[in-house]
Design a protein around this ligand. Structure first.
Ligand SMILES: [Zn+2]
Length: 222
């Protein structure tokens, strides 16, 4: 029977989830589903769910779980998800994870990859970021500095630090992440689908480690 690979990617901000998601999806032909994009698409296309979400957001309230889940469940029914998909930014809560469990089919092969890095690594990575307001390029003070200090290589605009990237804010985001994710990690451990991967290494090395894990679960050769 044809198995559908379903990958959930967990990890704190700054651990490199975005780069790994792109690599995994291209290597394993998975559809990349980010809940942020789902929202934007539904609103842009003015679907029933999108309109509902828009009204709720306009009122200043948080979009309820059921709405997020409905958008997601709609999305994974589409043809391009039949061969497999990767969830980015979902689930965020144990309740979401449990609803998603119920939606899984016997032919779905669920793997949850938790990318981990120390607080120091994450804080250093994010708080060193410099962004360009004009072209959105991102630099890093140490790892990827612009050739002229403080100026974008591309458009020579003065680089700035996004408020979200300031050290105190990163620390707060991290602590929120940990509180939110701990129950998820425990949940997936119990289901025996959790794979922990160190995100401390280079993008290529981390991807290699992920590939080994995916190959051993899918029975494919690396
Ligand atoms: Zn620029």
């Amino acid at each position: 029977m044809e198995k559908t690979l379903v990958v959930i990617l967990l990890g704190p901000p700054g651990v490199g989830k975005g780069s790994q998601a792109t690599k995994i999806c291209s290597q394993y032909k998975l559809t990349h589903i980010s809940t942020g994009d789902l929202f934007r698409e539904n609103i842009k296309n003015q679907t029933e769910l999108g309109k509902k979400a828009q009204d709720i957001m306009a009122s200043g309230a948080l979009v309820p779980d059921e709405l997020v889940l409905s958008m997601l469940f709609d999305r994974i029914e589409k043809q391009d998800c039949k061969t497999g998909y990767l969830l980015d930014g979902f689930p965020r809560t144990l309740a979401q994870a449990q609803s998603f469990d119920k939606k899984l089919k016997p032919t779905d092969n669920l793997i949850v990859i938790s990318l981990e890095a120390s607080d120091e690594t994450v804080v250093e990575r994010i708080s060193g970021r410099l962004s360009c307001k004009t072209c959105n390029r991102i630099y890093h003070k140490i790892v990827n500095p612009p050739s002229q200090e403080g100026l974008c290589d591309h458009c020579h605009e003065t680089l700035y630090q996004r408020p979200d990237d300031k050290e105190e804010v990163v620390k707060r985001r991290l602590s929120v992440y940990k509180t939110q994710t701990k129950p998820l990690i425990d949940h997936y451990k119990k289901l025996n689908v959790l794979k922990t991967i160190s995100g401390e290494h280079s993008i290529d090395k981390v991807f290699e480690d992920i590939s080994i894990v995916l190959a051993s679960t899918t029975g494919e050769k690396v």
